[in-house]
Structures are given as C-alpha cells and as structure tokens.
Design a protein. Structure first.
Length: 495
C-alpha cells in the first residue's frame, strides 16, 4: 500500500518535470528563432545599405562623366540639375539593385556633386534604404586642346561645283600643302613646288586639276612628296581627263594616288561663340580693363550677331588691356585676353575673343603676337599696306623658321561676305585663318600658316610657307569640341 502511493508520487513529479522541460525547450527555441530572424533582417538591411551606398557612388561617377563630356560646358550650372531630381530620366536611373540619382551645385569654379542610392528592402519589413555620397570637382580653365581636324595642316578649300574652285594665277609658286575639295586650275606660270627640307609638300584635289598655262606641280628633279587627285588631270581647258595623273600631265610627286577621300572640313560655330566668348559681346572685359570702349565687341543695345560693332583697330597708336578671369585675379583662372602694347608692338592673346564687327591692322609696322587664341569676327579681317602680324619676329620681319604654331598661334575666324580675309599687297600674316567665303592674298604678300576657307585667291608673287605640323590649338578652334574648362579628378568624398 505504501509502495503504491510512492509510485504514484514519482509519476506526478515526472509529468511536472517533463512539462517544465518542454516549456524551457519551447522558450529557448522561440528565442533562437526570433534571434535568427532578427539577425537575418539585420543582414538584409546591412546588405541593402551597402548596395545603396554603391549606387550613390555610381551617381557621383555619372555626375563627373556628364561634367567631363567634351561637348558640355563644365562652367555652366545648366550642365547638371542644381537640386535632387525626381523623375528626370537623364539623372534618375534604374540600376540592378536599386535607383540612382545625381546632381551638382556649381560655386565659382568648383562643383559639389551629389549621388543618391535607393534600395527597397526585399522583405518589405523596413523602409526604403537611402544613402547619399558627395564629392567635389574643381574646374580648371583650359586654353588649349589637341587638334581634332587635320584640315588645319593645309591650305584647305571647301568649294565644289565650279570649273575652277581654286585658281593659282600669274607666277605664284606655292610650297605649302593644299587640300582642295573641288577643282584646281593653274594659270600662266603658277606652280606648286617642293618645300625646303625637312618640310614635305602634299597635294589633295577632290575633283580635277587643269593646267591652263605652262605651270606644273613639282618637277622631275624636285618632286613634291605626294599628290592625290580624285577624277584626273588635263593640259588645257578641254579634252579627256587622265587618271591617275602622271608626269606627262605635269604632276611630279614621289607618290601619286587617285580616288576621292571623304570629308568636308571643319565648320565654325559663330552663334555659340558669340554667346560664350570671354571676352566677347555678352561677356565684356573684367575689372581693370583700360584703353578699350564698352562697345568694342558689340554695338550699344545690340544682343544679336549682326556685324554692327564697326571696325576694331587691332594695333592702334595707344595701349589697351582686356582680360577675362573666371576668378580674378588668379593667373591660373585667366580665360581670355586681348591686350596691345604700342611701344613694343606686342599683342597678347589668350582663349576665345569675339568681335561683332570687322578687324583691321594698318599701322605699317612689324607686329608680334604672343599666345594661343581664337579671334572670331562677324565681319572681315584686313591687313593693309606693309603691315605684318607675326607669331615670331627676327631681323625686323616675320620669321618663317622660328615660328612654332603649337606655342603661338592666332586663329582668325571671319564670317564677312566676299573677301572674309584680305591681305593687301606686301602685307604679311603668320597664323591661322578660317573664312566663311574667300581669302584674298594680294601681290607680293606673304602668308605663313594654315587656312580653311570656301576658296582662296593668291595674286602675283605671293609667298606661302610650309609650316610645322599643328597638334595643339587654342580653345574655340573650328572642328574642335566647344569646351572652355577641364574638370579635375574628384576629391573630398563623404557619405
């Protein structure tokens, strides 16, 4: 009897112990599940946070790429939105893992870039994860670029469709390389001759060459380096064309080719630089200018390119100074300059200058310029009398041998009707020329440098010179991207 009661007591204790064990096990298991779930959510959140930050950094990279694109103006706030975009497809992008947004704020010559990454929690248990990163990019004004169009290593004529798109008249002898898209005619004793070593003379004619006098291209003893003529040559103004051209048709070259090469030549963007030249019609000289009128680049009240500013004397009898700074007076932030010292007859040029009128040199002196610059004129550019404008001077004249166009090169970009550029008899210009219409070089004048034009006229006894290969040009050069500044590498990351 007592033994039976003892067994019943032990059975009750075992049940209670079992229930307690189950309770403890259940509690432990529940806690473990909750801990594991919590850790899993934390891991998901941490992963989403990492992805969001990576997307934010991608936004910064996109912003830097937009500012660095050659066709964009890195010194214009319009290049990027100034505030966080909402649904602009250019600045709100969908990437694998989430959404990227980017924008930037331009202050002076420095961008503060913003990138945002947005990631949705796949479990739906937390809010969208947002990470933002920032960086700064300094914009360094650039005054030079690598040459994009090889047309600037020739006397380049664009006109086609005429019987003689370019004519060499009288006794002119040209030793500069020429690239003519249309027809070339040689009158009288005019000729193309081999340049002095180490320079090489080349000739490309897209259509025909006609010899209407006794002239020739090279000689049997002194051949030019290369000639390529698209459709053939002939002696006289009628008859069949011979292709490829040969010594029998007065073409003497080490290499003679036939066939037409593609290309139309560069085009000047007058409208863009009317607005953006510094200094120019819409952005006058900075503080400290002297000797130059407020209407020098644009007539009073005019806001459109209309050739209304009159004629600007580039080399007057008194000094003038005009400089445009991004951040004055830091020399590294100088964007443009046109200054003249009448005592030394020195013209200092930088960047892009635009004059909504014509430009004249008429002081009958040897004038030297210093620097790389592009001078746009909506009218004409004229050198009168025996005036000279040179990139290098020696022994009282322009120096053919000392000029380095990759260091000192003034490009005249003229839009005037008729003779857009005219060098009077005995004038001398050493530099580069772009003419919407015609370049007219008068008798006994000298031209040293490349030109890109509709057509050109070289009068009797004109001298041209083969020039060093151009690889570096000023900003604003026709055929090059319209950029004004160069973004530096991003720095000062935070996020």
């Amino acid at each position: 009897m007592s033994r039976l009661r003892l067994l019943r007591g032990e059975g009750g204790f075992s049940l209670v112990f079992t229930l307690l064990t189950l309770l403890v096990t259940t509690t432990t298991l529940t806690a473990a599940i909750q801990y594991t779930t919590s850790n899993s959510r934390g891991a998901d959140r941490s992963k989403a946070d990492q992805i969001a930050y990576a997307l934010a950094e991608a936004g910064l990279a996109n912003a830097a790429a937009v500012v660095s694109k050659p066709s964009n103006d890195a010194l214009s706030q319009s290049t990027l939105p100034a505030t966080e975009p909402t649904n602009d497809p250019n600045y709100v992008l969908q990437y694998e893992g989430g959404t990227v947004k980017f924008w930037g704020v331009l202050t002076g010559h420095q961008w503060i870039m913003h990138g945002v990454g947005l990631v949705t929690d796949p479990t739906g248990k937390t809010a969208t994860v947002r990470r933002e990163a920032t960086s700064t990019i300094k914009i360094q004004p650039t005054l030079t670029q690598q040459l994009n169009s090889n047309a600037w290593n020739y006397l380049f004529a664009k006109n086609t469709g005429g019987t003689c798109d370019v004519t060499l008249s009288n006794s002119v002898a040209v030793d500069a390389s020429m690239f003519i898209l249309g027809d070339l005619c040689l009158d009288n004793t005019s000729s193309i001759v081999k340049a002095a070593a180490p320079n090489l003379t080349g000739l490309y004619v897209g259509e025909h060459i006609q010899f209407l006098g006794t002239g020739a291209i090279g000689t049997v003893a002194n051949k030019i380096e290369q000639a390529q003529v698209g459709l053939g040559c002939r002696i006289g103004g009628s008859g069949a064309w011979t292709s490829p051209c040969t010594a029998a048709t007065r073409v003497n070259a080490t290499t003679i080719l036939s066939g037409t090469a593609p290309g139309t030549g560069p085009t000047a963007d007058f409208a863009f630089w009317y607005t953006n030249a510094k200094p120019g019609p819409t952005q006058f000289c900075g503080s400290g200018y002297s000797g130059i009128a407020l209407t020098a680049f644009e007539s009073a009240g005019s806001t459109t390119m209309n050739n209304s500013a009159g004629t600007f004397n580039l080399t007057p009898g008194s000094n003038y100074t005009c400089r445009y700074y991004d951040v004055a007076p830091n020399a590294t932030d100088l964007l443009g300059e046109l200054s003249w010292n009448n005592t030394t007859k020195k013209l200092t040029v930088r960047g892009v200058i635009f004059i909504d009128g014509s430009v004249l040199i008429s002081n009958n002196a040897v004038n030297e310029y210093d620097g790389l610059a592009t001078l746009y004129v909506s009218g004409t550019f004229t050198i009168n009398g025996s005036s000279q404008l040179c990139g290098a001077v020696s022994a009282g004249s322009c120096s053919y041998s000392a000029w380095n166009p990759n260091v000192d090169n003034l490009g005249i970009i003229a839009n005037g009707a008729g003779n857009s550029v005219a060098l009077a008899n005995s004038a001398y210009y050493q530099g580069s020329v772009y003419a919407t219409n015609t370049v007219d070089v008068g008798s006994s004048a000298q031209f040293d440098g490349p030109m890109v034009t509709g057509t050109f006229v070289l009068a009797q006894s004109v001298q041209t010179h083969e020039f060093p290969t151009i690889t570096s040009v000023p900003v604003g050069w026709p055929g090059n991207p319209t950029v004004y500044a160069e973004p530096q590498p991003p720095q000062n990351y935070s996020g």
